[in-house]
Design a protein around this ligand. Structure first.
Ligand code: 3PY
Length: 249
């Protein structure tokens, strides 16, 4: 069976003091969560605080992005080795906000994914369609294209070392959530596409749902056969809400 993963994507929110409070709040309740893995992905400057607060606990931490380059003259970028230095376990790649606001292509995301794996990090690959693409009947074509870019670069063995997050763009930051059936359909499609290259990998890989997952809809979403947890946005910024989602996992 796949163990659920609940990962908080803090995005560009909070201060140093807020981050300490949030980490302490999560730590206070994390020991009671037995059935799910828990992770937080704070902004880069707060990774050291996460390492200090969470080191030795069962809560993992990770970053929200990584460079596709190893090192060198890449002003403003952060390498996978640097994230590994700060004890990161996970790194999100290809979040729709980066695809949209930073013009990240499928190919760039695939190179980031490979770079993360090369340094022992577990990439969380985000895929998802816009509202226009959904309404145009393009959902499967879009997520297939995003997944295939990584399959081509890292192979199905690479997929085995990561986590996938299906995040419909129309459900991010809008308060609108995909229905459990809508999400399940896409998760099953993604798992089927991976199965075509490796049944064993498809059976084992975790596919998270992201996009306005909250305490009151988490249980039903995670209850779907192919939904193995959540990548949580706004609700990850309040320890009580985040822990409630972890309990639903
Ligand atoms: C959201 O739920 O808004 C997210 O983007 C999670 O990554």
């Amino acid at each position: 069976m796949r163990r659920p993963l609940i990962a908080g994507n803090w995005k560009m929110n909070g201060s140093k003091a807020d981050s300490v409070d949030l980490l302490n709040g999560i730590l206070a309740g994390a020991a009671e969560i037995m059935r799910a893995d828990i992770a937080v992905c704070p902004p880069f400057p707060y990774l050291q605080i996460a390492e200090q607060a969470l080191g030795g606990s069962a809560v993992f931490w990770g970053a929200q992005d990584v460079s596709n380059e190893t090192s060198g003259a890449f002003t403003g970028q952060v390498s996978a080795q640097m994230l590994a230095d700060f004890g990161c376990h996970f790194v999100i790649v290809g979040h729709s906000e980066r695809r949209l606001f930073n013009a990240e292509s499928d190919d760039l995301v695939a190179r980031k994914y490979a770079q993360a794996m090369a340094h022992g990090l577990t990439p969380i690959l985000c895929v998802g369609e816009t509202l226009e693409e959904r309404e145009g009947g393009q959902t499967e074509a879009v997520v297939a294209r995003q997944l295939d870019a990584v399959l081509q670069t890292s192979g199905v063995d690479g997929i085995a070392k990561g986590v996938i997050a299906y995040e419909p763009v129309w459900a991010i930051g809008t308060g609108v959530t995909a229905t459990p059936a809508q999400a399940q359909d896409v998760h099953a499609f993604l798992r089927g596409r991976i199965a075509a290259q490796g049944q064993d990998v498809a059976t084992r890989v975790r596919i998270l749902y992201g996009g306005s997952m909250k305490p009151d809809n988490a249980q039903e979403l995670i209850g779907q056969a192919d939904i193995d947890g959540g990548l949580i946005g706004g609700a990850a910024l309040k320890a009580a809400d985040f822990l409630a989602i972890c309990r639903a996992g």
